[in-house]
Design a protein around this ligand. Sequence first.
Ligand code: GP9
Ligand code: MN
Length: 632
Amino acid sequence: MKKLALPKHSVLIIAIIATWITTYIGYVTSFKMKIDNVMQELILFINPLSFLLFVYGVALFMKSTKRRNIYLLSVSLGTSLIMFSNAVFYRFFNDFITLPVLFQTSNFGDLSSSITANLHLTDIFFFSDVLIIYLAIKFIPEKEISIQKPIARKLYFVTSAALLMVNLGLAETERPQLLTRSFDRELLVKNIGAYNYHIYDVFMQSKTHAQRVLADGSELVEVGNYINANYAAPSADKFGIAKDRNLIVVSLESLQSFVINNEMDGHVITPFLNELTKDPDTFYFTDFYHQTGLGKTSDSEFLIENSLYPRNGGAVFFTHSGNTYQSLAERLGQNGYFTNVMHANNRSFWNRDIMYGALGIDKFYDIESYVVEEGQAVNWGMKDIPFLEQSVDLMTDMQQPFYSRLITLTNHHPFTLDEEDKMIPEYTSNSNTLNRYFQTVRYMDESIKLFFEDLKEKGLYDNSIIVMYGDHYGISENHNKAMGMYLDKEITPYDNAVLQKVPLFIHVPGYGKATTVDEVSGQIDLRPTILHLLGIDTKDDMQLGADIFSEDHEPFVIFRDGRFVTDKYVYTQDVCYDSETGEPIEAVACEPYIENAGVELGYSDMIINGDLLRFKQQEDEQLLPNVIGEQE
Ligand code: GP9
Ligand code: MN
């Protein structure tokens, strides 16, 4: 063989390039990742590089050539195994591997049999870099390796670090708050790469694990006492008014209360929902607040299912999907309900596929359960009208009673619509976001109207109870100026707190005695409120919310960030406001509540961080049937 003038570290260079390219080809061929633009394509292409430079670069510290070669081969074998296992896993679960899933296989059927059924001969491709490196080692003439100059080595690792920074920087512009909010494994892999994603996952999971190990169950007594003391007994005239009915819960994406019974330039924004506020079958809650944090929609789901607060840093759906919970779904499952969530999005978004297993939800109808025809998708995906229509179709085949939680999506930032779906004009302000918001809200209202008609037509209406709530704000504080113009006042921190009101409707067909409820309450109160309407007591449940209809319900709602609202005060940014006038008042009025808010948020964190409900479950075990159904 002719001798080539190869650089000193040619095997290393070949190893990096071979694994890089294999990884990239693996991405493109094995995972259905949605790439929307050239920037995303570029990020996907470069994302394996910083990690590979780093791990392979460790070889530069090895003096013996033999050792170095073994190391390079082992790394390539390791990375190939990672890509290979993810590809096989993805075929079955449409998701990337995350640590908890490896310990929760019982929820997902028999993993080993699904693995063998999902092997393809072409998977050998994932190991082609190992072969290339092997050949390179064999055929490239061995060189005397002088010890690498420290300065050159340093430069090498600085480059690798710089590349990681560039990668993260680009990812941040594409998807702000990617690492703090987590969102979705697909987004993580797309943006930081499969290898970095696994490091991130291990880091996040071990942090959670450490706190869990430290808890021993003794904390449960203290938290339990607090919860018992705050238990709000059901109101006699509401308890069981919807007994044995199907429960349909609709999460109204980004819907805030300020649009209800309001107009925009003379156009009614929510005609159907406005009617409902006056309907004798509908309880409409005027002073109901969202309590979500970074986990947005998923936090609202968490609040409703568990009546616990979400977590402060990062979405609890991601950080604590391995916990034991006592969810609404689980309780209903024990009472003979078929429990499910319907949401036309990728199943791993917000880690739902894993979290729903922990919440004991029988089935998740994700995007794969829907048919999205031409023209039926906009913005984030399937439009609400066809989504709700197909959801009702799915419901007609369900075993009754069922609990279906539907998550809408069209009224999501950036609030875009197809021309034919615009029923009112845009608003005119300096915020295009707010301008378009009214239009998507109007579309959402229409979708709910049709949903009700559909339920009636399919014979599901009379025997159901329909709960609908706004999941979180749609218009953030960045749009204060435009909001001020619309509401015709200057927006203060007090207003910003009050703007966190989201609508809540509890519609009980045939009830006839419903009213408007102005009790200050929040999403955390939904679980007990709903269960009591269905005639299921919650006295023994570890929940921090209270039945809004109960005489014992306290008009006090705590936001995840520590702000709070009572019937008399609003507390925000260390200032106490009079809730009637919006004027700042003596701080002392808010003080007892500040303390209570801290205590309550602290207990919630304690339950979640210590995974305390697993101890409760051990106590209850023999009384409960096995309710965790099989997920698809
Ligand atoms: C995603 C949908 C929207 O599936 O629930 O999430 P959000 O950004 O509102 O939290
Ligand atoms: Mn949302």
